[in-house]
Every structure is written in structure tokens, then in C-alpha cells.
Design a protein around this ligand. Structure first.
Ligand code: HEC
Ligand code: HEC
Ligand code: HEC
Ligand code: HEC
Ligand code: HEC
Ligand code: HEC
Ligand code: HEC
Length: 394
């Protein structure tokens, strides 16, 4: 239901795109990189998904090529159990299944408008009243889990986003990101923002698994949250090859991002977290770029021309929850930095020693900052000496 109107909107776009990929040859492993990774290897996601083969957010593979994490669990049970506890796995749900909304119902007064939202057993209800009139509906979807949760609903055949978001670490409801922080001048506007079809497709393609298949946007048949196939690509061929005893062929039928060079590896995560080029082309700089780690990290002096010791997966295991202990990251820094006063840099360890401390490196060199319009702090991935906590370069 939710998808119908959007599918119509997508038809023109689908025709314009050259569909290149079928179900097979999901990913051909590059034998050896032809040259060392450089900045010119960084690619915008829009260009990357036009290339043959799998890439996250790509929607050209048919729905029957996806088997679901339950099937992956037949052979990769530990990974499936671990990954299901991550924020990425829980980053979208049907609103009627939102635990956050159940525990923290919305009751908020904004000028003359009062907002209510609650989650019962079968549905999540939402209402806005201005004293004279009121509007009420069911919320359909919730997006985001650790830093904030926003809600979408259907109205007049379109998709709207509620103007208020729940922020778990702040323990409060506040304005949704990219929302005017002012009192709306009509009930009509107070209810929420009408999203463009392209925005709706974006939410689902980055927060759900297989929302677009055979280039048709079909959110009702997607899997809420990110499961194995959101990153590794559809797994049906891999599974049937392995089950026929062809494990080696099976490996070529699923993408293993371990084989990417450092620049591609960061672009891979950047397909949702935004690549250096995605951010540059969008014009975000300084504090507005803070929520896009690939851009910040690749602007660090540490990154140089690209180094496997500083990819996203060098610090984050995408199958496990985010590590929140500063000390846990020390070994990553010390893969490159020497850690003894007076010692000289070497080829193996090109980074100098810190004149100030020997541990908890990220607590000073990767600090957290509040992004202007939402009550959430993001970690600045531009590793550097931070002189004053309010100066955000580039
Ligand atoms: C029937 C058992 C089975 C199922 C089901 C299965 N796998 Fe595998 N998978 C394997 C085996 C066996 C290997 C090879 C391991 C090796 O080479 O050490 C493998 C390897 C992989 C690799 C690494 C490939 C490489 O290049 O090294 C990835 C990634 C992967 N599987 C993901 C998945 C995903 C995602 C699913 C669900 C869509 C899945 N697997 C379902 C058995 C299975
Ligand atoms: C298909 C889109 C997508 C891809 C690809 C992706 N991410 Fe994410 N990632 C997300 C979304 C959406 C969230 C927000 C989760 C939430 O709601 O809190 C997220 C959150 C995270 C978090 C924060 C977790 C937390 O608890 O706050 C880390 C760390 C992360 N991703 C790392 C990675 C790494 C590393 C890669 C590449 C291996 C990657 N991501 C690839 C979409 C993606
Ligand atoms: C290009 C991929 C992409 C698109 C498009 C996208 N998101 Fe996200 N979203 C992410 C990633 C990655 C994160 C985690 C990092 C962060 O918080 O910025 C995230 C985080 C969030 C959060 C957590 C709080 C916050 O603001 O950080 C919410 C809520 C959210 N997204 C909702 C949405 C909604 C609603 C839409 C559509 C209007 C949307 N997202 C579109 C990738 C995307
Ligand atoms: C956010 C993206 C993401 C998700 C979701 C994800 N993976 Fe991975 N996976 C990766 C990346 C990146 C690597 C390569 C890690 C590295 O280079 O160390 C990887 C590696 C692997 C490998 C190969 C390990 C090796 O030693 O080469 C297997 C098997 C695998 N994943 C299975 C799964 C399964 C099963 C799921 C679902 C439970 C899953 N992955 C979910 C990104 C993801
Ligand atoms: C040198 C280690 C390191 C590298 C490399 C790294 N991160 Fe992080 N990342 C961190 C630390 C430290 C945190 C903060 C953890 C905490 O909350 O205490 C973090 C937090 C995050 C978060 C949660 C939101 C936030 O801003 O706090 C996301 C999302 C994320 N990283 C994504 C990425 C992506 C994508 C890449 C690759 C471009 C990447 N990280 C590379 C160390 C790293
Ligand atoms: C891939 C290797 C590598 C990794 C990993 C790495 N660095 Fe660096 N870093 C360097 C190099 C090379 C330089 C430039 C030479 C120097 O200043 O020592 C540098 C520079 C720095 C600087 C000075 C930057 C400036 O602009 O003033 C700081 C601070 C720093 N690193 C801290 C860290 C911390 C903290 C970590 C872990 C979170 C880390 N580095 C991880 C290689 C690395
Ligand atoms: C208590 C905060 C703090 C911690 C923790 C910390 N640093 Fe520093 N670091 C600083 C400050 C401040 C400077 C700048 C010193 C100056 O220029 O006088 C600095 C400078 C540096 C530099 C630049 C040195 C140069 O010659 O330009 C590097 C590299 C560095 N730190 C790496 C690290 C690493 C690696 C760790 C963890 C082992 C670490 N730091 C832990 C505060 C810290």
C-alpha cells in the first residue's frame, strides 16, 4: 500500500537507468589492485551503484535472490546472533513494533499544538490538536534506534514525517532533523512534512534490506533494519552453491568486503554513511559534515593516501555493537603511532608519539560535538589535535 504511489513515481527513473546486473556473478573479486589506492579512487555512491555487481543500496537484484538472515544462520549462526544486536540491525521497524515508542509515548506541547503518540498492541497512533481542530492517524514506520527515532505516516496518498523525534540519550522528544525549529502557522503544517518520493526511497534503501528489487521500490516487502544481505548482497546463489558442495564457487557469489582496497572499503560503508564525494558534492562542510565519518576520516593527516589500518572496519566490526570504551581503540592508533617518548617514526610506524598521553587516544583526538539542530553528539572522525572544542575545520 505504502509503495504504490512511489512505484509510479519511480517508473520514469527506472527507464532512464541502464540495468546491468543479473543474479549471477554477484561480485568478481579483483585479483590484485592495479595501483595503490589514491584519492582519485574515491567515488560518489550514485556512480558506484551504476557499476556491475553488488554494492550496498543497489536495487537491481530480484527479490527471489534474497534469502533472509534466517537462512544465513544455518551456517553462520554466531555472526547472525551477534549482528542482530547491533543498531544497524535495529535501525528501522514497523511503528507498531517500536519498543522506544512503547516505553516513551509522545506528549508534547508546541505553541498552540498538542502532540500525542502511543504504541498499543496492534498499532501506533498519532494525533495533533490545536484546540479547535485535530488530526489523527496511525504511524507506519520508525527509523533510527540509538541516536534518535523518527516516524513516518501516510496522508492523502503521500508519506509524511512527524516533526518530533525521540532522542534516547537525551531522554526526550525534540525537533526532527532538517525540520524548521519554529511554531507552525497552521495545523496542516504542524502535522508533519510531506516527503518527496526520492526522500522516502532514501530512508528505506539505507535503513531496510531489499526495499528496492528489480529496480522497483517496494517497502512493504522489505526487511526492516539491515541484515546480512544489505551489505553482502543477495545470497541465494551462494547458499545453493555451498549446499551443492561448491564452497569455493560459493565464495564468488557473495561479496566479501575484506578484499576491497582501503579507499573502496570506506566508500562501501559510505554508501549509507556518505562517501567523501557524496559529502563534497552535497556542499556540506565543517560541522554539517560531522555526521559523515568517511569524509572526516579521509581529511585526516593520518589517512595519508589511504591505509588499511584506518578503514572503518579497522575500528568497527560491522557485526558487533559499537564499542564505547575509549581504551579499546588505542591499539588501532598504535598500529601506526609510536608510543614512547623520544622514539623516532619508522616505515612501519609513520605516526609520531603523543607528547601528552599514552592511552585513551580517541578521548582527546576524536571528540564528540553536537550537530547544530539536534540534541545528539557525533564523533569527529577527522583525527587531529583539537585546540578549542568549538573550532571545526573543513
Ligand atoms: C549452507 C551453508 C551456508 C549458508 C546458508 C550461507 N553460507 Fe556463507 N559461507 C558458507 C561457507 C562454507 C563459506 C566458505 C567459508 C570459507 O571459505 O572458509 C561461506 C562464506 C561466506 C562469506 C565469505 C566469502 C569469501 O569471499 O570468503 C560471506 C561474506 C558469506 N558466506 C555470507 C553469507 C550470507 C550473507 C549468507 C546468507 C545470505 C550466507 N553466507 C549463507 C556457508 C554458508
Ligand atoms: C545499507 C546502509 C549502511 C551501510 C552499507 C553501512 N551502514 Fe552503518 N549504519 C547505517 C544506519 C542506518 C545506521 C544508524 C543506526 C541507528 O539507527 O542507530 C548505522 C550506524 C552505524 C554505526 C553506529 C552504531 C551505533 O550503535 O550507534 C556504526 C559504527 C556503523 N554504522 C558502521 C558501519 C561500517 C563500519 C560500515 C561498513 C562496513 C557500515 N556502517 C555500513 C547504515 C549503513
Ligand atoms: C544515504 C543513506 C541514508 C538515507 C537516505 C537516510 N538515512 Fe537515516 N541514517 C543513515 C545513517 C548512516 C545513519 C547513522 C549515522 C547518523 O546518525 O547520521 C542514519 C541515522 C538516522 C537516524 C538517527 C538519528 C539521527 O538523525 O542521526 C534517524 C532518525 C534517521 N536516520 C531517519 C531517516 C529518515 C526518516 C530518512 C528519510 C527521510 C533517512 N534517515 C534517510 C543513513 C541514511
Ligand atoms: C554493515 C555491513 C555488514 C553487515 C550488515 C554484515 N556484514 Fe558481514 N562483513 C562486512 C564487512 C565490511 C566484512 C569484511 C570485514 C573485514 O574486512 O574485516 C564482512 C565479513 C563477513 C564474512 C567474512 C569473514 C572473513 O573472515 O572474511 C562473513 C562470513 C560475513 N561477513 C557474514 C555476515 C553475515 C552472516 C551477516 C548477517 C548476520 C553479515 N555478515 C552482516 C559487512 C557487513
Ligand atoms: C580510528 C578508529 C575509528 C575509525 C577508523 C572509524 N571510527 Fe567510527 N568511531 C570511532 C569512535 C572512537 C567512535 C565513538 C565511540 C563512542 O561512542 O564512544 C566512533 C563512532 C562512530 C559512529 C557512531 C556515531 C558517532 O558519530 O559517534 C559511527 C556511525 C561511525 N563511527 C562510523 C564510522 C565509519 C563509517 C567509519 C569509516 C569512514 C569509521 N567510523 C571509522 C572510531 C573510529
Ligand atoms: C594508518 C596509520 C595511522 C593510524 C591508524 C593513525 N594515525 Fe595518526 N597520523 C598518522 C600519520 C602518518 C600522521 C602524520 C605524521 C605525524 O604527525 O605523526 C598522523 C598524525 C596524527 C596527529 C597529528 C595530526 C594533526 O593534524 O595535527 C594526531 C593527533 C594523530 N595522528 C592521532 C592519532 C590517533 C588518536 C589515532 C587513533 C584514533 C591515529 N592517529 C591513527 C598515521 C596514523
Ligand atoms: C589528554 C588528552 C590526550 C590524550 C589522551 C592523547 N593525546 Fe595526543 N595530543 C594531545 C595534545 C593536547 C596534543 C598537542 C600537544 C602540543 O602540540 O603541545 C597531542 C598531540 C599528539 C600528536 C601530534 C604530535 C606532534 O608531534 O605533532 C600525536 C601524533 C598524538 N597526540 C597521538 C596520540 C595518541 C596515539 C594517543 C594515544 C596513545 C594520544 N595522542 C592520546 C592530547 C592527548
Amino acid at each position: 500500500m505504502l509503495g504504490k504511489k512511489l512505484q509510479l513515481g519511480l517508473t520514469a527513473l527506472t527507464l532512464a537507468v541502464v540495468v546491468s546486473a543479473g543474479t549471477h556473478a554477484l561480485w568478481s573479486q579483483p585479483a590484485t589492485p592495479t595501483h595503490p589506492a589514491t584519492i582519485s579512487d574515491q567515488v560518489a555512491t550514485e556512480d558506484r551503484v551504476r557499476k556491475p555487481g553488488w554494492w550496498p543500496t543497489k536495487g537491481s537484484f530480484p527479490s527471489n535472490a534474497y534469502v533472509g538472515a534466517g537462512t544465513c544462520a544455518q551456517c553462520h549462526a554466531d555472526l547472525v546472533a551477534a549482528q542482530s544486536t547491533t543498531s544497524m540491525a535495529k535501525t528501522a521497524t514497523r511503528a507498531a513494533a517500536s519498543e522506544l515508542l512503547k516505553q516513551h509515548p509522545l506528549s508534547y506541547k508546541l505553541g498552540p499544538y498538542s502532540y500525542q503518540a502511543t504504541r498499543g498492541e496492534a498499532a501506533a497512533t498519532y494525533s495533533v490538536a490545536d484546540g479547535a481542530n485535530s488530526y489523527s492517524t496511525n504511524l507506519q514506520w520508525s527509523f533510527g534506534i540509538r541516536m534518535g527515532q523518527s516516524y513516518l505516516f501516510e496522508r492523502n496518498g503521500g508519506i509524511f514525517m512527524a516533526p518530533l523525534t525521540y532522542y534516547p540519550e537525551h531522554g526526550a522528544w525534540d525537533f526532527t532533523v532538517d525540520q524548521a525549529h519554529s511554531i507552525p502557522d497552521s495545523l496542516e503544517k504542524a502535522v508533519g512534512r510531506h516527503l518527496l518520493d526520492s526522500e522516502v526511497r532514501g530512508c528505506f534503501n539505507c535503513h531496510n534490506t531489499a526495499a528496492t528489487t528489480s529496480d522497483r521500490f517496494d517497502p512493504d516487502h522489505s526487511t526492516p533494519g539491515l541484515t546480512c544481505e544489505a551489505c553482502h548482497g543477495p545470497g541465494a546463489d551462494h547458499v545453493s552453491a555451498v549446499k551443492s558442495g561448491l564452497a569455493e564457487q560459493g565464495n564468488t557469489m557473495i561479496m566479501n568486503p575484506r578484499h576491497l582496497n582501503p579507499v573502496e572499503s570506506i566508500d562501501f560503508c559510505g554508501s549509507c554513511h556518505r562517501t567523501w564525494w557524496d559529502v563534497t558534492l552535497s556542499g556540506s562542510t565543517g560541522i554539517t559534515s560531522l555526521r559523515f565519518p568517511p569524509y572526516r576520516l579521509e581529511n585526516s593527516r593520518c589517512w595519508g593516501k589511504g591505509d588499511a589500518r584506518l578503514t572503518c572496519v579497522a575500528c568497527h566490526d560491522p557485526h558487533r555493537p559499537l564499542e564505547r570504551e575509549a581504551a579499546a581503540y588505542d591499539s588501532r592508533c598504535l598500529a601506526c603511532h609510536i608510543n614512547a617518548a623520544g622514539a623516532k617514526s619508522t616505515v612501519d610506524h609513520p605516526g609520531g608519539a603523543c607528547p601528552v598521553a599514552r592511552k585513551d587516544c580517541v578521548s582527546c583526538h576524536m571528540q564528540k560535538f553536537q550537530v547544530v539542530d539536534i540534541p545528539v553528539k557525533f564523533t569527529d572522525h577527522q583525527i587531529r589535535v583539537i585546540r578549542t572544542s568549538d573550532a571545526i575545520p573543513r
